[in-house]
Each structure stands twice: as structure tokens, then as C-alpha cells.
Design a protein around this ligand. Structure first.
Ligand code: PLP
Length: 384
């Protein structure tokens, strides 16, 4: 049943003899030059020009007023949540279909994640489910904030995620959240190069984040960034992620408990080179996604996940959803035997032991997707 797909993937990847990974980075001479430049300069650590340059280039590319580079996407999310005021024992609404870092960043602040359903088409947080959950569970108090009727805790933020780079219905989410005076922090870890209309993912709300982990569209080895359109938040983000050091002070002067989350210059050098190649990588990814789409147009047992209408996805990881979940397991076995790496979508957060007892809404779509979705090899070669 799956031999056609195996042959198709081998053909797309030039029929290499070895294994085909899910998503491997590609590097050219530019990356080598910039990294060697930092080594030669000795500025490999937390001070150096590549960090400033990467932040400026990233802000220019995304249209954000400010980009602040961090050691990874998880710390960027943690800092962004703290910057919008999420505190200990407060509650943050997010989606159960996500990588564990989304829920972990919330938990690292001592806050509690609450899981609300996703839409089937975008695989991101559902505005309808959010609206229904808040209408049933929230009350607005005289202080202007919204509280959970069940626990009495404050709802402190909403964190939608742009799954596999497909933009979720972010404008509708913002509209609903604003009725309850809730800031929206976009987890755009997977969505560099994805646009919801004219706006880049991660720049649509007050604050968002990106990841440059090795498996992302571009990588800095490990890395992340906070994006914001609010100058004050941007300055606060820089301050908080660089140990809250008072700028221009000659002494070690720090004015709050900050974090050492700053991206090292060595990683930023790699990131600068990769960002220069982003358009080329995105074009290749789109070509690959189109080939998958054409292939799955002829197939009856699974549907290819296309970019939602009105958006442009980076197609970070190409995904298909199986009509019959039992066939998913068979495909995973067949691909594995053929040394082609494919991966079932994440287990829902509510199935993980540390989040099993968190409050949640009805999760019909997330449960439906979690049994059916598979990611197929999505790396692009861009031969040097
Ligand atoms: C949805 C999502 N959020 C957060 C992260 C965290 O990023 P990082 O691995 O850079 O910490 C990732 C990816 O790795 C992710 O996919």
C-alpha cells in the first residue's frame, strides 16, 4: 500500500543510499565563513557584533519593531510570558497539540497551563473553542482582569501555536482574548517565514517567539528570539534576558532578577548566514510541499495538510492526516523499514504525566488529529 510513497520520497531526495532524515540543516560556505570569523575574533560568547546584526536582520525580515536573540525558543517563550505579566500560580490557556516546550515554558514560571482545542484545518488553537471555554469558565473582576471561576486564579495569557508553520486563526484569537483583557503570546517557534495575511507569525500580537533549533527552517545550532512591536517590551526583553544588567554601568549593576538567556555570538554568526539564505530555503520547501500535495491528490488513504486560506506557510514539516488511524502505524513501520524518517504528531500534552491533571476543554479535534497525523521528510538539500 505504501510502496508508491516510499518510491516517491526516494525520488524526491535523489534516491540516496542511506537514511532520509525528517529535517536536516544545510550549510554553505557562508556559514563556515561567519563562524570562523567569530572564532578568529575570539568573541564567541555573549558579546559580539553578530548578535546585534542578527537581531536587526530578523526584525527587518519579520517586520517586528524589535527582535531579541536568546539561547533557545523555550527560554524566549518563558521570558515573553514573564514580560506580559504571567506569575506564579496564574493560568495560561494554550493548545494540547504542541511540542512540550510550550507547556514547559508556562510551568517554569510556576504558572499552570490549561488546554483548549485546536482547529482541524490549521492544527492551531481554535478561536471558537477559546471563546466557549472563556465564556463558561472566566469572570471579569473589578480590577479589570479575568479569573477562573473554578480555581479563583487569574488567567494571565493565551498562547496559540502555529503548528508545523501553518498560521493559526490568530486575528480571531486576539479579538476573543482582548474581550477578557488577556495578552496573547504567539508561539511561532516553527513559523519563521510564515505569514498570516501581511503579517509575519510572531509579530501579530504584542509579543511572540521563534526557535532556531537544529530541526527548524534555519538554525543557529540552538537559539530562539523574542519578537515584539512594542518598543518598551523590546527593551524590557533585552534587559531581562541579559541578567537585567543596567546598561552603560561599569560595575556589575543589576536592577531585578534577570536571566542569562542571551544567544552567544558564535551561534548568532551561524544564524546570520542562515537568515541570508532563508528565501532560498523557503522556496525549496514550498517546491517540496507542492510535490507532496500533487502526490497526495492521487491518494485516497490520507490528506495532505495545506496552508490555511489567506496565509503563507513556511511548510516547516509537511504533514498528512490518515483517514484510518490504523494505517498510520502501518505507514510508520514501512517507512522505518525503508530508512525514511517519519514521525507521528506529538502526544497531546494532556496525555503526558505532568500535564494529565490540568484543566482542559473538550479536545475532540486535538484527539482526532493526534491519532492521524504524520510528518514526512521535509528537509531541503540546497546543495553547496
Ligand atoms: C511549538 C514549539 N515551541 C517551542 C519550542 C522550543 O524551542 P527550542 O527547542 O528552541 O527551545 C519548539 C521547538 O523546538 C516548538 O516546536
Amino acid at each position: 500500500m505504501f510502496s508508491e510513497l516510499i518510491a516517491f520520497i526516494r525520488r524526491v531526495y535523489g534516491d540516496p543510499a542511506g537514511a532520509i532524515p525528517l529535517h536536516a540543516p544545510t550549510f554553505k560556505d557562508l556559514e563556515r565563513r561567519y563562524v570562523l570569523d567569530t572564532i578568529d575574533s575570539t568573541f564567541v560568547s555573549s558579546v559580539g557584533e553578530y548578535v546585534n546584526r542578527f537581531e536587526q536582520d530578523l526584525a527587518r525580515y519579520t517586520g517586528a519593531v524589535r527582535a531579541v536573540a536568546t539561547v533557545n525558543g523555550t527560554t524566549a517563550l518563558l521570558a515573553a510570558l514573564r514580560l506580559v505579566g504571567v506569575g506564579f500560580q496564574e493560568e495560561v490557556i494554550t493548545q494540547p497539540l504542541t511540542f512540550v516546550a510550550t507547556a514547559n515554558a508556562i510551568s517554569h514560571l510556576g504558572a499552570k497551563p490549561i488546554f483548549v482545542d485546536v482547529d482541524r484545518d490549521t492544527m492551531g488553537l481554535s478561536p471558537q473553542a477559546l471563546d466557549a471555554f472563556l465564556t463558561e469558565s472566566a469572570e471579569k473582576r473589578a480590577d479589570g482582569f479575568s479569573y477562573n471561576k473554578k480555581t479563583g486564579n487569574r488567567f494571565a495569557a493565551v498562547v496559540p501555536m502555529h503548528t508545523f508553520g501553518h498560521p493559526c486563526r490568530i486575528e480571531d484569537i486576539v479579538e476573543i482574548a482582548s474581550k477578557w483583557n488577556l495578552p496573547v503570546v504567539e508561539d511561532a517557534a516553527e513559523a519563521l517565514g510564515s505569514w498570516a495575511g501581511e503579517k509575519h507569525c510572531g509579530t501579530i500580537t504584542d509579543i511572540g517567539i521563534l526557535s532556531f533549533n537544529g530541526n527548524k527552517v534555519i538554525t543557529s545550532g540552538g537559539g530562539g528570539a523574542i519578537l515584539t512591536n512594542n518598543q518598551t517590551l523590546g527593551e524590557r526583553a533585552k534587559h531581562l534576558t541579559t541578567t537585567a544588567r543596567v546598561e552603560n554601568s561599569r560595575e556589575f549593576d543589576h536592577d531585578e532578577i534577570g536571566y542569562n538567556f542571551r544567544m552567544p555570538n558564535l551561534n548568532a554568526a551561524l544564524a546570520c548566514a542562515q537568515l541570508e539564505r532563508l528565501d532560498e530555503l523557503l522556496a525549496e520547501k514550498r517546491k517540496l510541499a507542492l510535490s507532496y500535495k500533487k502526490f497526495f491528490d492521487q491518494i485516497t488513504w490520507a490528506d495532505f495538510a495545506e496552508e490555511p486560506e489567506g496565509t503563507r506557510s513556511n511548510y516547516w514539516l509537511c504533514a498528512v492526516s490518515f483517514k484510518n488511524p490504523a494505517n498510520r502505524e502501518k505507514l510508520l513501520e514501512a517507512l522505518n523499514a525503508a530508512h525514511i524518517q517519519a514521525r507521528p504528531v506529538w502526544k497531546l500534552m494532556t496525555e503526558l504525566p505532568m500535564y494529565a491533571n490540568c484543566q482542559k476543554g473538550p479536545l475532540n479535534n486535538a484527539e482526532w488529529l493526534s491519532k492521524r497525523v504524520v510528518n514526512l521528510p521535509s528537509g531541503v538539500q540546497c546543495v553547496a
